[in-house]
Structure formats: C-alpha cells, structure tokens
Design a protein around this ligand. Sequence first.
Ligand code: FES
Length: 85
Amino acid sequence: MLEVNVCIGSSCHIKGSYNVIQTFQQIIEERSLHDRINFKTGFCMKQCQYPGVAVSVSGVKHHVDCEKATGFFLTEILPLTVNTE
Ligand code: FES
C-alpha cells in the first residue's frame, strides 16, 4: 500500500492544498486506486519554506504546484502503485 499524505497546514493551505487533494482524490476515484493508495492529509510537514504544497509519498517529501497536481500524480505517484499490495 502506497502512503500519500498531503499537507493541510496553513502555509500549504494558502498554496492550494485543497486543489491538490481534490485532484488526487478524483484520480484515485477514476482509476479505482483505493486498494493501492492510502491517501491521507496531515498538518505541517516542516516544508513551508519551499514553493508548492508539501506532499509525502512513502515518506519522501515533494513540493507540488497546485496547477500541476495532475501531472505530478501521473508521473510520480501512479507508477509506484504497480506492484504494491
Ligand atoms: S504548512 Fe505544509 S509544510 Fe508547513
């Protein structure tokens, strides 16, 4: 199971974490990835100084521009769902 965690702390909220969450949830729904991705939200990941919304994928921190959330999911998350139990 792939762990994906989107920050909903105040800094990331301002940078568009709501849009990132909506985008990720929509893709998970469309592609029926519920059994492969454990999708969560969490508070500040201490990544506020970076541009973009903090997203942790299996513990690896990324910084996602909310306008590019779909592309990020398809290139960085989707390939990791292969071979996860
Ligand atoms: S509020 Fe998201 S990393 Fe700090």
